[in-house]
Design a protein around this ligand. Sequence first.
Ligand code: SF4
Length: 236
Amino acid sequence: MDSIVKGKINSIQTLGTLDGPGVRFVIFLQGCNLRCGCCHNPDTWELTGGEEYSALEIADKAERYRSYFGKDGGITVSGGEPLLQPEFVCELFKECKKRGINTCLDTSGSLLNEKIKELLEYTDRILLDIKYTTDEQYLKYAGCSIERPLEFLEYVNGINIPVTLRQVIIPTLNDSCENVEELKKIRDKHKCVDGVELLPFKKICKVKYDKMELKFDFDRFETPSSEIMKKLEDIL
Ligand code: SF4
């Protein structure tokens, strides 16, 4: 029987290599509860819009690319914020696990409730954004307290789901050695964290903001040099 839970989906990337291990079928869900200044996907912010698909429809689509997944690949659910649609993600991940497809969740970790805890039981890996290492910057540039992702990380550490921490490096905001030292402390405090990815801030998304007639406030920040990225990566 087909599911009655429909997911609102912004877009699908059939063979992604940047969002989780191996080659992945990546779906970007519509809707986000945060408003990060560096956001690359402002078109995913509103919960209205997007195309509706059932979990089975998405699992069937992903299945067609199975031969590309190899031993590490699978499906990644990104956004927007996938945890705003926990019923859909839960059904999708359950279905994927039934079919032996690896599941990965790309999230800001800013939400946690019973349904989310249920979907985490079917999650093989989490890509967790730790956007900044101070509460002040979190509140100012992301729109939630740093306590939210830290509580989320605490929870997934308790249930042993492998986590990759990710942080977008934005010159003058978080490109200092002190910031990366703090990130390292967060990594070292949680045994579930087995990797940290530092991503250089880029401005290619500006065209999306222009098209949507939104101000891209972070246009004022530069892209970090490869030397700075290397220096910060060496700390980790
Ligand atoms: S959580 Fe992700 S999708 Fe939402 S505003 Fe921040 S960067 Fe954009």
